[in-house]
Design a binder for this molecule. Structure first.
Ligand SMILES: C[S@@+](CC[C@H](N)C(=O)[O-])C[C@H]1O[C@@H](n2cnc3c(N)ncnc32)[C@H](O)[C@@H]1O
Length: 229
């Protein structure tokens, strides 16, 4: 999995709500030469395989493994993150695997920037931040999906956090698939829910511990309703 939750001190701190997210996340990345595993997220692979490649938007792309996997599988990718440190690593990874021109990397803060509409796939994988309520980014992600396009949101289920994750303040940070469906279907546009699952996954901790985590997975198709917000 892309995530290796190792209890990094900064990642699980409780920053002041006025903190600058770019600075906060740059610090999270600087704590380690490589923050995540470098592998694409398994739920992304499972769900994107169901779709015909087109344009994809990866929100909170981190060190870029998902964007690179999508580009390798025929997608034209725009990958966005607030952290310049993460994006620098992502771009270097794309160069290493011979994909320097297939992905557009953007540094943006989802607290103030909203993507343009019209993507065939909008994916957000584990976009959990103490500075970004999940409902805000869900609305923004949904608005970027083209009619007929897909929204894929994957994150930690609040009942499936690992003992070593050290996550605090779950409110506004984690979601169930039911939470996602409710928020999406109460928002603009109409949607067909393709997948709303809680999926268990075996994970290994920083000291070799074994545990089961739960991923909340939502895949939905926009059936009508142009971008309205
Ligand atoms: C837990 S990491 C997940 C990274 C990647 N999707 C993965 O699965 O490996 C969350 C990512 O969201 C980014 N992020 C957090 N808040 C953000 C914001 N307000 N605007 C843009 N990106 C943000 C962080 O920089 C970080 O790379």
């Amino acid at each position: 999995m892309t995530h290796q939750h190792d209890g990094g001190a900064h990642l699980h701190s409780n920053p002041d709500q006025d903190a600058d997210p770019a600075q906060f996340w740059d610090e999270v990345y600087r704590e380690k030469a490589k923050r995540w595993s470098g592998n694409p997220n398994p739920q992304l692979i499972a769900e994107a395989k169901e779709l015909a490649p087109g344009t994809a938007l990866d929100l909170g792309c981190g060190e870029g493994a998902d964007a690179i996997w999508l580009a390798q599988h025929g997608w034209t990718v725009t990958a966005v993150d607030v952290s310049a440190v993460a994006l620098e690593r992502a771009e270097a990874h794309a160069v290493d695997v011979g994909l320097p021109d297939r992905i557009t990397w953007l540094q943006r803060n989802f607290g103030s920037w909203h993507p343009e509409a019209g993507f065939d796939l909008v994916s957000s994988q584990f976009l959990h931040s103490p500075l970004l309520p999940w409902r805000d980014f869900l609305a923004s992600a949904a608005a970027a999906v083209a009619p007929g396009g897909a929204l894929l949101v994957v994150g930690h289920h609040p009942d499936g956090l690992t003992p070593w994750s050290g996550h605090k303040d779950m409110k506004d940070k984690f979601f169930t698939p039911e939470d996602l469906v409710e928020a999406l279907t109460n928002g603009p546009g109409t949607w067909r829910i393709n997948v709303a699952d809680s999926r268990e996954r075996a994970v290994t901790g920083p000291d070799g511990q074994h545990a089961t985590t739960i991923d909340s997975v939502l895949r939905a198709t926009r059936t009508s309703g142009a971008h309205t917000s």
